[in-house]
Design a protein around this ligand. Structure first.
Ligand code: KIV
Ligand code: ZN
Length: 525
């Protein structure tokens, strides 16, 4: 296995955009508190730049970026803005409290985007590049400029825009593969070409930003680094628009494990990668695919007899990194109903959770209730329980009780009592099956028009007494809200998941001016 040798010229800046490009993808909406939690973990994990959001998009986005800026300890806090002065000024205001702050301003430069999206001539776009960077520089000396759809941009025009952006004061130049179209060799050559041809290219750091439409985001990002870029824009678990972005955990570990052929290094603490993956999965309710590199449940599992035999003789036969390097702990039988508060607190620390006193108290009560129902409690059970505690801490609608009549002698019915902002109300509904009856009862108590887009059930661990983990996605007015619920009773987990998504939806309602402000709108002027 390779060891890392570190020289300054090979240091790669990790720019995390989980809270912006990641949060922007359908269904990955996070609440204010969830964004703060993710940002705190990214900061602790050694992320150099956190793109905390797109402040002009909504008051909610502004407030989250602003609070993250206030709380950040080490990371540079970055906000995204389009080319208009209003966008840039709003972004500057949001990041103001940060010790170290960056404005990331972007503009499309490809023929197809200029013609159809911007409806502007190249000379107009060129002038806008200069004015947007100049405006951003009037607020901070750390300015990143992105040539949106850079990989489909004509080379001469790209070079002219990059030169103009650097002359206007951009300190980082990002050339995104916005539509996930490039291939590694081409992307590497693009960076070499731009860095060679642009006379002032040595005055800026070049950055890669890749989407995974052809499954090459990680390979393309690493190729861009080989071409001279020194910043990678990425997200935890690779979440992001369409097929997602470059996965942070994958690029970081690729550079570490294969440092012999990619002599680059980062400031990331790899032992926190698993925790980061779990947190982002919990708050977005996006499950991590089992065979996902680095953080998938099976990433270090060895099923076949031959592999197990090899592993027992020497782990290096089938493992290129140890699970502990990325923070995977061996699943252990942890506790049962006799375990006390101290053991519970200790276990939470070991799993990487730092809960406030009241959250700890609530989590302990839930743990005891779970231990009454389930004999053996595993790490995964505790994680599901605590993730739910974090996700529901600020919910306005909570479940008080649920009784369901199911079975062959329909109609199935659900009697449900909810706490809605302190008021307890009960209803009984029937449905086409018990889950339908529960969801009808919720709709009767909290009338809404949102469409149920996804209903999925997983088992947290093995065995018939395992907790069920249900994911529900609701959509309204073009935005999707996903949440998870866990409980040994699948029907209770279903109700919790539906209410989780509904809580996200209702807390967003009224806070946002509308979806037209999301970044892929045509209004960039
Ligand atoms: O994919 C993209 O081009 C972006 C830009 C805003 C950098 O996300
Ligand atoms: Zn993007």
């Amino acid at each position: 296995m390779a060891t890392q040798t570190q020289s300054d010229k090979d240091r790669v800046i990790i720019f995390d955009t989980t809270l912006r490009d990641g949060e922007q993808c359908p269904g990955a909406t996070m609440t204010h508190e969830e964004k703060l939690e993710v940002a705190e973990l990214l900061d602790d994990m050694g992320v150099d730049v956190i793109e905390a959001g797109f402040p002009i998009a909504s008051d909610g986005d502004f407030a989250a970026v602003n609070e993250i800026a206030r709380r950040a300890k080490n990371s540079v806090i970055c906000g995204l803005s389009r080319a208009s002065p209003k966008d840039i000024d709003r972004c500057a205001e949001a990041i103001k409290p940060a010790k170290r702050r960056r404005i990331h301003t972007f503009l499309s430069t490809s023929p197809v985007h200029m013609k159809w999206k911007l409806q502007k001539e190249p000379h107009e776009v060129y002038e806008m590049v200069i004015s947007q960077v100049t405006r951003a520089r009037s607020h901070t000396d750390d300015v990143e400029w992105s040539a949106e759809d850079g990989t489909r941009t004509e080379h001469d025009f790209l070079c002219r825009c990059v030169e103009a952006a650097i002359n206007a004061g951009a300190t980082t130049i990002n050339i995104p593969d916005t539509v996930g179209y490039t291939v590694p060799e081409e992307y590497m050559a693009l960076f070499k070409m731009v860095r060679e041809r642009v006379p002032n290219s040595d005055k800026a750091v070049f950055s890669v930003h890749c989407h995974d439409d052809l499954g090459m985001a990680v390979a393309n990002s690493l190729a861009g680094i080989a071409g001279g870029a020194r910043q990678i824009e990425c997200t935890i678990n690779g979440i992001g628009e369409r097929a997602g972005n470059t996965a942070l955990e994958e690029v970081v570990m690729a550079m570490q494990v294969r440092n012999d052929v990619m002599p680059y290094w980062t400031g990331i603490k790899p032992a926190m990668l698993t925790r980061a993956s779990k947190l982002v999965s919990a708050v977005t309710s996006f499950p991590v695919q089992y065979n996902k590199a680095i953080v998938g449940r099976n990433a270090f599992a060895h099923e076949s007899g031959i592999h197990q035999d090899g592993m027992l003789k020497n782990a290096q036969t089938y493992e290129i990194m140890t699970p502990e390097t990325v923070g995977v702990k061996q699943t252990s039988l942890v506790m049962g109903k006799h375990s006390g508060r101290h053991a519970f607190e200790h276990k939470l620390e070991e799993l990487g959770y730092h809960l406030a006193a009241n959250q700890l108290e609530d989590a302990f009560v839930r743990f005891k209730a779970l231990a009454d129902k389930k004999k053996q409690i595993y790490d995964e059970d505790i994680e599901a329980l605590v993730d739910e505690e974090i996700a529901t801490a600020h919910d306005r609608i909570k479940i008080i009780s649920l009784t369901v009549i199911a079975g062959t002698m329909g109609p199935q019915s659900a009697t449900l009592t909810l706490d809605i902002e302190g008021r307890h109300i009960t209803t009984q509904s029937t449905g086409n099956g018990p889950v339908d009856a529960i969801f009808n009862a919720i709709r009767a108590l909290v009338p809404h028009e949102a469409k149920l887009e996804l209903y999925q059930v997983h088992a947290v661990t093995e065995g018939t007494d395992a907790q069920a983990e249900v994911s529900v996605r609701l959509s309204e007015n073009g935005r999707a809200y996903t949440a998870k619920g866990a409980d040994p009773d699948t029907l209770v987990a279903s109700a919790k998941a539906y209410l989780g998504a509904l809580n996200k939806l209702t807390s967003k309602r009224g806070k946002e001016p509308g979806v037209e402000n999301r970044i892929h709108s045509t209004d960039v002027g």
